[in-house]
Ligand binder design. Structure first.
Ligand SMILES: Cc1ncc(COP(=O)(O)O)c(C=O)c1O
Length: 289
């Protein structure tokens, strides 16, 4: 495996960063997870847009142009000879001192890792996930805005640990007001009476690239209305279907929530159709390398 760090490629054992990097010391940095299918990077420009917004959100001045960053991602995929891959693009604040002051970190670091990820075994795409509601809330925008894809993932990691402890695969997270926000690494949708609903970005969630693709496919291919509106656990308890979206997970059905079946407790017809449309769409679109 060839890993890109700040202008050079390294083998897996030599790909290292400083212990003084604020990405490590403070989770001070941002990242993207990107998928490629059939030697095409899915929604690369959307991921770069989001990364640049995330950098702005943490006052991080990039030392690469967007075109350079785009080419580095494509070159990393070429060097690793991967037809289908998961790319992790990480920008850290860089080398600094032991204090919090970002002015002590003169140069950000850029890391690109191209590998594979399998979030959920295949069986869950047929049977659906079992998920729980975490007691941990997503932070509100005035704490750490969940719209920014930062390296601070402990809120999500602790909620995921609660899911694991309960024998579930994912955890649903509410915002401070009790509205459904998102899962620890995926966005949330439900279907009721032929209409689809997902929380708005103002509920405090990541503006998922797969979420956006799902909304477009639901409207254009499945001809279904999609609403972005606030909802609570009650709507999910009464839903016909529920599914999650994310780069690693793609579209994955939910079978049970807090031990109770959602709808029939199986992957529903809308979810199945969307999964098929998404596969087609992802295989046929994206930046070639
Ligand atoms: C907290 C969170 N929500 C949602 C998502 C889904 O976003 P995307 O579809 O861009 O992968 C992710 C994926 O990284 C995530 O970490």
């Amino acid at each position: 495996m060839q890993i890109y760090i700040d202008g050079k490629f390294y083998g897996e054992n030599d790909a290292k960063i400083s212990v003084f990097d604020h990405g490590l010391l403070y989770g001070d940095g941002v990242f993207e997870g990107i998928s490629s299918y059939n030697r095409r990077v899915f929604k690369l420009d959307e991921h770069l847009d989001r990364l640049y917004d995330s950098m702005k959100g943490i006052l991080l001045q990039p030392s690469w142009t967007r075109a350079e960053m785009r080419e580095i991602v494509l070159e990393t995929l070429r060097r690793n000879k991967l037809d289908n891959a998961y790319v992790r693009l990480v920008v850290t604040r860089g080398f600094g001192n032991l204090g919090l002051d970002m002015r002590q970190c003169p140069k950000p670091s850029l890391i690109v890792i191209a590998g594979h990820i399998q979030l959920y075994p295949k069986v869950y795409y047929e049977q659906g996930l079992n998920i729980i509601t975490s007691g941990l809330r997503r932070p509100s925008a005035d704490t750490l805005n969940p719209n920014i894809k930062t390296l601070n993932y402990l809120n999500n990691i602790m909620a995921r640990a609660q899911a694991a402890a309960a024998g579930a695969q994912e955890a649903l997270m509410l915002n401070a007001q009790g509205h459904v926000a998102e899962c620890t690494g995926d966005n949330v949708f439900y279907v009721k009476n032929g209409a689809v609903c997902t929380p708005p970005l103002s509920a405090g969630l990541l503006d998922g690239i797969t979420r956006r693709a799902a909304i477009t496919l639901l409207r254009s291919k499945l001809k279904l209305p999609v609403r972005e509106e606030l909802f609570s656990l009650f709507q999910l308890m009464c839903a016909d279907e529920m599914f999650l979206t994310g780069t690693g997970a793609e579209i994955v059905p939910v079978a049970t929530l807090d031990g109770k079946p959602v709808g029939t407790g199986k992957a529903g017809p809308v979810t199945k159709k969307l999964m098929a449309e998404f596969k087609k769409h992802a295989a046929a679109n994206g930046a070639r390398y």
